[in-house]
Design a protein around this ligand. Structure first.
Ligand code: MN
Length: 743
């Protein structure tokens, strides 16, 4: 795979290199020019020279001098995020404290406490991210802590990540997968949440390029091929609107913008349609130069002109003028019926709104200066700080929770009095109750949405009005955890459950105390831990609780050894044996082990194929060390891949397939075509006759002249599967042939 990605090999002599560095540095200064105040240039120069000196002996994986990286990151900060002089200095220095002898004190002495604090924040992030033994979720939490200190830390970090993604081609495949999945899982949503739409889109596209190179190339090629037709269509669409806007004396810009490869791919997957069937491959954007006081009015006037020309789909009107998104996004979106009966999305916004959409937070600040408007980011940051303060530090669900609570799209709902509450999409009535007040959540027995009674888990939609019904007798239940998505609700429910558990555990304490007295040992923590471990429980609280509810009866305590005040569990190899038999049971065939090689060496390890994505030899895969189930092989485009890779990157093992024709794998193929006499015969003849592939099961369903066939076959590897798919596609009357994962 690496060979097909474009990696420019770096070849320059020292003199050329120096010139290149200076050229890039001067370009940076030029871009900053309008923001430079007296003395700034000198400060930047000092930072630049400091960074040059610090990185003078280092090179990047691509072979180029390391200093080009901080310069590029600074350039992204200025040009693409709209940050200023101080951020430029921080970006230039962002890797110095981490990688070289320069200390934070030196930075502080030279540039003052503000810059030192940001560089320190960036350094901490680098530290935690490089320690591959600790969990990435834990690291991310630290990023958030520094983020809420100063948002510029995260903006510079995003610039850093963007440049690393742009230059990812020179990394090895394993690193590429890890970084790309982390990017799509955490950084792209973060960029989105900060309002940096352009950067978010590029991060997603770049991640996809590495995680699903085939699909990426496929769509990129299709876009290229259809470009001319699209441009012609866009021009036809725009022409009458342009005339109308000019007649009405608007100062405007109008153009068609292709949607990103990643978002097209998402649509194809979500709706199960082909590239040709994705109707919104592009959007039309109208940008107005309107004075602040007329912004809203002008946008609606333009909306009216557009919908005079083309008929709108009423359910697809999005008004983010009256209710901006919490990341600051404002615009009016509508979808109209264009020429040739095609649906086209039109986005209407002003220059100011466009700046905010593209540069997010930084632009927001620019326009906020001198006004007293409350910063909606302050609100968001405060919520994150609250969450970090209340979270269990060892929660593995943290990243997932955070994503749902803070990075998801949001909905607006109303209290009976008409107050607006913002919740992540997917939030339930119970989430709403907890958002109103913890007490309301804990006592909630039901809700009325738009005056209709609904269950607690009812999913809310934008615009709903919710009334919560409470009862003093109600208390949180463990099932509630499945009904909520917000961190606040989850945390509060867990807290309350824990309290109840503790009360129940008291009884278990008395029982255990009696038993231990009998053995002549005390209730010391180490004794409790020993017993808890024996029963495979996570904590002594779980142990006491399980004793109280009679889940364990402590019979086995008799077999414990007593040494002074200490007891120790009998050393039975039972657990080991169990695990072993478990693994070999799942490896139905011992020869399997010879199919995959891990890492660089030719070590052969036991593994199982993940059930979620059913890899077959030849698929792009990675190995994942599970807890208790040994190594599992997943496809890199497995629905779980991004989550696994970004949460547990350190548990990922490089793998490659080895040819083996003795074992075959079950996989499914879905065939759609015209319902013709003898079609089943043709298909089965091809599969088992011509290609000599074994069929495990075959179902055909015919409806209104079309048939859908599901065939389960045994293939040896991806090549064989692809050949089969190709041959099937060539049969007359076949519409589509697709692989699917068998259950
Ligand atoms: Mn860096």
């Amino acid at each position: 795979m690496e060979t097909t990605l474009d990696i420019p090999k770096y070849k320059m002599n020292d003199e050329e290199e120096k010139k290149e560095i200076l050229r890039k540095y001067r370009a940076l200064l030029r871009t900053l020019k309008s923001k430079l105040k007296p003395g700034d240039k000198e400060n930047i120069r000092v930072a630049f020279e400091m960074a040059v000196e610090a990185h003078k002996n280092t090179r990047r994986k691509s072979g180029e001098p390391y200093i080009l990286h901080p310069i590029a990151v600074a350039m992204i900060c200025v040009e693409e995020i709209g940050l200023g002089v101080r951020s430029t200095i921080c970006a230039l220095l962002h890797d110095t404290v981490e990688d070289t002898d320069i200390t934070i004190d030196v930075v502080k002495r030279e540039f003052g406490p503000e810059i030192a604090r940001i560089v320190d924040g960036l350094t901490k992030i680098a530290n935690v991210l490089d320690a591959n033994t600790s969990q990435q979720a834990e690291n991310f939490k630290k990023i958030l802590l520094t983020l809420t200190d100063d948002p510029r830390v995260i903006l510079i970090k995003l610039a850093d990540r963007l440049h690393n993604m742009r230059t990812l081609g020179s990394m090895n495949r394993e690193k590429q997968l890890k970084i790309a999945s982390e990017t799509v899982y955490v950084y792209a949503p973060l960029a989105h949440r900060m309002g940096l739409y352009t950067i978010k889109t590029e991060l997603e596209d770049l991640s996809m390029k590495y995680m699903e190179p085939d699909s990426y190339r496929y769509i990129a090629l299709k876009l290229e091929k259809t470009k001319r037709d699209r441009t012609r269509y866009i021009n036809d669409f725009i022409r009458p609107i342009k005339e109308k806007l000019s007649q009405s004396n608007f100062d405007f810009e109008i153009y068609g913008r292709p949607k990103s490869i990643h978002s097209i791919w998402n649509k194809m997957k979500k709706k199960g349609v082909s590239f040709e069937e994705v109707y919104d491959l592009f959007a039309i954007r109208i940008i107005l130069n309107s004075p602040t006081e007329r912004e809203k009015e002008d946008c609606w006037k333009v909306y009216s002109l557009v919908t005079d020309e083309y008929i709108p789909a009423p359910e697809r009107l999005r008004d983010w003028l009256s209710n901006p998104k919490s990341n600051g996004y404002e615009a009016l979106h509508t979808t109209v019926m264009g020429p040739q009966g095609k649906w086209v999305e039109v986005q209407i916004r002003t220059r100011r709104m466009n700046d905010i959409a593209e540069k997010g937070l930084a632009a927001h600040w620019k326009y906020k200066e001198g006004t007293t408007e409350e910063n909606r980011f302050d609100n968001w940051f405060q919520q994150i700080r609250d969450m970090l303060a209340s979270q269990d530090t060892n929660s593995i669900d943290f990243l997932q929770d955070f994503k749902v609570s803070f990075l998801a799209e949001e909905i607006y709902v109303y209290t009976p009095k008409g107050d607006v509450k913002m919740l992540p999409s997917g939030a339930s009535a119970l989430d709403f109750a907890f958002a109103v007040h913890t007490m309301v959540g804990e006592k909630c027995i039901g809700a009325k949405v738009n005056h209709k009674l609904v269950p607690l888990g009812h999913i809310l939609r934008s615009g709903d009005q919710i009334e919560i019904i409470t009862s003093t007798k109600q208390k949180p239940k463990s099932e509630w955890l499945k009904l909520v998505v917000t961190t606040k609700a989850k945390t509060k429910i867990k807290d309350s459950l824990k309290e109840e558990k503790r009360a129940i555990a008291e009884e278990g304490k008395i029982i255990l105390h009696r038993k231990l007295d009998h053995l002549g040992v005390s209730m010391s923590q180490s004794n409790l831990d020993e017993i808890a471990t024996y029963y495979k429980l996570n904590s002594s609280l779980d142990l006491l609780y399980d004793i109280a509810v009679r889940k364990i009866d402590l019979k086995e305590l008799k077999e414990f050894q007593v040494l002074g005040d200490k007891i120790s569990a009998p050393k039975i190899i039972k657990t080991l044996v169990e695990e072993k038999s478990d693994v070999s049971h799942k490896n139905q065939n011992k020869k399997d082990t010879e199919l995959i090689i891990f890492g660089e060496s030719s070590d052969k390890i036991m593994y199982t194929l993940a059930n979620c994505c059913k890899p077959i030899p030849g698929d792009d895969v990675f190995g994942f060390i599970t807890q208790g189930e040994g190594l599992k092989i997943h496809r890199t485009n497995c629905p779980n891949a991004a989550r696994l890779l970004s949460n547990y990157g350190h548990r990922v093992v490089k793998t490659k397939w080895v040819k083996n024709k003795e074992i075959s794998f079950l996989t499914g193929i879905k065939i759609i075509g015209l319902d013709d006499v003898g079609v089943i015969n043709k298909i089965t003849n091809l599969i088992s006759g011509t290609l000599k592939i074994n069929i495990n099961a075959l179902t055909i369903e015919a409806k209104e002249g079309l048939f859908e066939g599901n065939v389960k076959v045994y293939v040896h590897d991806k090549d064989e599967l692809e050949e089969l798919v190709k041959n099937l596609q060539d049969l007359p009357g076949i519409e589509s042939v697709e692989r699917y994962d068998t259950e």
